[in-house]
Design a binder for this molecule. Structure first.
Ligand code: NDP
Ligand SMILES: O=C(O)C1=N[C@H](C(=O)O)C[C@H](O)C1
Length: 245
């Protein structure tokens, strides 16, 4: 049994996590939200799970370092400076950051990497996502994760090939681009499709989240897995790797 602390505990994911922690037989060490003290929470936890907001990231990872415990970061909307901070922190503690903790999306990233590698740059890649009306970042963290997987499959840098927010006279699609489209509305938990469009055929790889418990269960599984790991930056691929269990 592990003591799991939640950052963003009053939020939609935080509430799902409280249930998932109990379902898995762990102890809920408590939670913090805006204005809370992550250091005090870290001191009474074996691992932190962060589903809050990018602005909180720096304080959260320093709380984890201060207590010498690992942290799962599920918060999305992260910028380059956040990823640099995570890289630095991962020299001292075990950190797992991902835009999607579900098992289905973790496998989907592997399929997308493989498809992009096999089909080559003449197949256009477009990533379409839909989320609930309250989501504040776009493209979703999952869409970016899938874009990174496609870019890895092709051996390119996503940042140099990313096309999003098309509007007006955009000109033709750039050869080799990875396109993103974000839809928002209703209560959709998370829909993602990666469309690989070739000459007269399309391959579409999709994932549908029916509710937030899939993310919460995956995050708890990641938290269990991180406890006792050496410092480093880990992914959900590591958690699901049969050789690492
Ligand atoms: N990786 C994954 O698998 C998933 C990631 N997510 C991501 O998780 C994050 C949270 O999503 P969701 O639960 O829907 O969002 P909510 O807005 O419902 O919850 C966010 C929570 O974090 C709190 N919070 C805001 N700022 C801070 C802060 N500075 N310090 C501590 N807590 C803070 C909020 O408090 P307050 O209300 O007071 O602002 C709120 O309780 C988002 O980035 C989302 O994209 C979501 C689902 C799955
Ligand atoms: O904000 C959400 O709700 C979700 N956010 C994550 C993302 O940005 O991809 C994961 C999931 O799709 C739900």
């Amino acid at each position: 049994m592990a003591r799991i602390g939640i950052i963003g505990s009053e939020g939609r994911m935080g509430q799902a996590l409280v249930r998932a922690i109990a379902d898995a037989g762990h102890e809920y060490a408590g939670g913090v939200d805006r204005g809370g003290d992550p250091a005090a929470l870290a001191d009474r936890s074996d691992v932190l799970v962060d589903f809050s907001a990018p602005v909180a990231l720096e304080g959260n990872v320093h709380a984890a370092i201060g207590a010498g415990i690992p942290i799962v970061i599920g918060t999305t909307g992260l910028e380059d400076r956040h990823h640099t901070a995570i890289d630095n922190v991962a020299r001292a503690i075990a950190v797992l950051q991902t835009g999607n903790t579900s098992l289905g999306v973790t496998v989907l990233t592997q399929l997308v990497r493989e498809a992009a590698a096999r089909l080559g740059p003449d197949w256009d890649i477009e990533i379409v996502e839909m989320h609930h009306r309250r989501k504040v970042d776009a493209p979703s963290g999952t869409a970016l994760l899938l874009g990174e997987a496609a870019a890895q499959g092709r051996g390119i840098e996503l940042a140099a090939h990313r096309e999003s927010a098309r509007d007006g006279h955009t000109g033709e699609r750039q050869h080799g681009a990875v396109g993103f489209a974000a839809l928002r509305g209703g209560t959709v938990a998370g829909e993602h499709s990666v469309i690989l469009a070739g000459e007269e055929e399309r391959l579409i790889l999709s994932h549908s989240a029916e509710n937030r418990m899939i993310f919460a269960r995956g995050a708890v599984r990641a938290a269990e897995w991180l406890i006792g790991r050496a410092p480093g930056r880990y992914t959900m691929d590591d958690v699901l790797d049969p050789a690492a269990r």
